[in-house]
Design a protein around this ligand. Structure first.
Ligand SMILES: NC(=O)C1=CN([C@@H]2O[C@H](COP(=O)(O)OP(=O)(O)OC[C@H]3O[C@@H](n4cnc5c(N)ncnc54)[C@H](O)[C@@H]3O)[C@@H](O)[C@H]2O)C=CC1
Ligand SMILES: O=C([O-])CC(=O)C(=O)O
Length: 312
């Protein structure tokens, strides 16, 4: 027997895709194929070569290749989907549903054909619905198709709490559940600063403001950028999930998972706490929610369900 290097494929070599490639390489998690559409072949090869040439300086050994040919993702272990269109100021993530559904279907068909045993992490928006499309198209088992939203939303919440308290981000822990949109549910009751419940050290008004800013976290950056959306924190979030899987870390991370009765929902992808390890989503943790929290999650699930109905 011999040990083998992990092969990542990133579909979509735009802002998030290339940043993810850099972060995967910086952690030396494996080799990377960056794939984009044929009209972007040369820029994709250029980005990959540039990333490869950062290796000798940063001392990473990852091999990074750019391509527009799906043959190159053959037998990838973990595929990350960032292909598609990002929103512009004034748009919601949901406005991207029809254009990105077409793209995710095509991408997922190719993943199923060329990397039938892979684990898939989805970033493209609206991400709850796009993860569902990927699951239905690849027909992979549910533990192998996972979406990213909660790690990012939680990171935003933690950033704002640390800023407000003027303490280290290292000591903040919290949890954001639900869909990746205005209806996401930051669980204040499960949020702590240095082990102290947040509600003990921040006023309700301040917490409410942080919750609101978190819900609008992506939109705030879209407005500031003027074109495109966030990519550094989203890339960091998905790399955290990828690392949990390829290193079988069994991290408890908020993940967009397929639900079959958990939290009372059926046939939906939604952000819930999950154990991420070598088998992808290894289990879903069902927290006992207060009626108010459950109501918030219901609203979020309904918003995702109405998007899924549009797909039909
Ligand atoms: N779930 C989350 O938390 C987040 C989701 N996103 C979403 O991720 C997606 C990508 O964002 P960015 O990288 O900033 O956009 P970008 O526009 O910089 O890159 C997207 C890339 O996808 C490529 N692409 C388009 N159609 C393709 C196809 N059929 N096959 C392969 N590649 C294709 C484009 O050529 C482009 O290079 C967007 O939908 C965005 O809304 C972004 C940040 C956070
Ligand atoms: O806001 C967007 O469109 C991109 C995204 O999902 C985020 O940054 O949370």
């Amino acid at each position: 027997m011999s040990f083998k290097r992990i092969k990542f494929a990133i579909i979509g070599a735009g802002h998030t895709g290339t940043t993810i490639a850099l972060m995967l390489a910086q952690r030396e998690l494996g080799d990377i194929v960056l794939l984009d559409i044929p009209s972007q072949e040369n820029p994709t090869k250029g980005k990959a070569l540039d990333l490869l040439q950062a290796g000798p300086v940063q001392k990473y050994n990852s091999i990074i290749k750019g391509s527009s040919n799906y043959e190159d993702i053959k037998d990838a272990d973990l595929v990350i989907i960032t292909a598609g269109v990002a929103r512009k100021p004034g748009m919601s993530r949901e406005d991207l549903v029809s254009i990105n559904t077409k793209i995710i279907k095509e991408v997922s068909e190719n993943i199923a054909y060329y990397s039938p045993n892979s684990y898939v992490l989805v970033l493209s928006n609206p991400v709850d619905a796009m993860t569902y499309v990927c699951y239905k198209t690849t027909r992979f088992p549910k533990n192998r198709v996972i979406g990213q939203s909660g790690v990012l939303d939680t990171a935003r919440f933690n950033t704002f709490v640390a800023q407000e308290l003027n303490v280290s981000i290292e000591d903040i822990s919290s949890f954001v559940l639900g869909g990746h949109g205005d209806t996401m549910v930051p669980l204040v009751r499960f949020s702590y600063a240095g082990g102290i419940p947040l509600e003990r050290i921040l006023s309700k008004e301040k917490i409410d403001k942080i919750v609101e800013r978190t819900r609008n976290g992506g939109g705030e950056i879209v407005q500031l950028l003027g074109q495109g959306s966030a990519y550094y924190a989203p890339a960091a979030a998905i790399v955290e999930m990828a690392e949990a899987i390829v290193k079988d870390k069994k991290r408890i991370l908020p993940s967009i998972a397929y639900l079959e009765g958990e939290y009372g929902y059926q046939d939906i992808y939604l952000g819930v706490p999950a154990v991420l390890g070598g088998n992808g989503i290894e289990s879903i943790i069902e927290l006992p929610l207060t009626p108010e929290e459950k109501e918030g999650l219901d609203v979020s699930a309904q918003a995702v369900k109405s998007l899924l109905r549009l797909l039909d």
